[in-house]
Design a protein around this ligand. Structure first.
Ligand SMILES: [Zn+2]
Length: 154
C-alpha cells in the first residue's frame, strides 16, 4: 500500500514592511496547504487560517510551534479545516502533521490464489495474437482495437 502523500505547495511569504503601519503587527508563518487571508495581525486580533489540502483517509493534526498560543481547529464543509487563535505579541508559526488512517489487515484478506489474469495464448508462429485487454486478434505490434502493446514485447 502506497502511502498517499498530499503534495504541498510552499507558499512564499511576502516580506511585510512595518513602515507606515500604525500598530505593530506580527506575522503568521504557515506553509504547506494553509490559506491565509492576511499575513500579519496586531496582538489580540483573532486569526483565522484555512487548510484546504485534504486527502482521503488522512488525519491532520495542526499545531502551533509557539507554546503560548492555543489554537482551535474546526471543520467547515465550505473551507475545510479552520484554525483559529488569538494573535500574541510575536510571530506565530503553524504546522500540520498528516497521518494515513487507512490500515491494512493482512490476515483479514489473504492474497487470492496466484491465478493471475487469463493466460495469453503464445504466439503460434503465425504472428497472430489475441489482445489480453479487449480480446481482438491482431497481427501488428499494437492492438488495432485498444492500442495495447503485443504481450511479450515489454
Ligand atoms: Zn486490444
Amino acid at each position: 500500500m502506497k502511502k498517499r502523500l498530499a503534495l504541498f505547495v510552499l507558499e512564499v511569504l511576502a516580506v511585510m514592511s512595518l513602515l507606515g503601519c500604525g500598530a505593530q503587527k506580527y506575522k503568521v508563518n504557515a506553509d504547506g496547504g494553509f490559506e491565509l487571508y492576511r499575513k500579519s495581525y496586531a496582538a489580540g486580533e483573532e486569526v483565522k487560517v484555512y487548510f484546504k489540502y485534504i486527502a482521503t483517509d488522512t488525519d491532520y493534526t495542526f499545531y502551533c510551534e509557539n507554546e503560548d498560543v492555543k489554537i482551535k481547529t474546526d471543520y467547515d464543509n465550505a473551507h475545510g479545516y479552520v484554525i483559529t487563535f488569538t494573535m500574541p505579541d510575536h510571530d506565530v508559526t503553524l504546522g500540520v502533521k498528516s497521518r494515513n488512517t487507512m490500515t491494512i489487515d493482512y490476515d483479514a484478506n489473504p492474497a487470492p490464489p496466484a491465478s493471475g489474469p487469463e493466460p495469453v495464448p503464445a504466439d503460434n508462429g503465425s504472428g497472430i495474437w489475441k489482445c489480453p485487454e479487449c480480446g481482438k486478434m491482431n497481427a501488428m505490434l499494437y492492438c488495432a482495437e485498444c492500442g495495447r502493446k503485443k504481450p511479450g514485447l515489454d
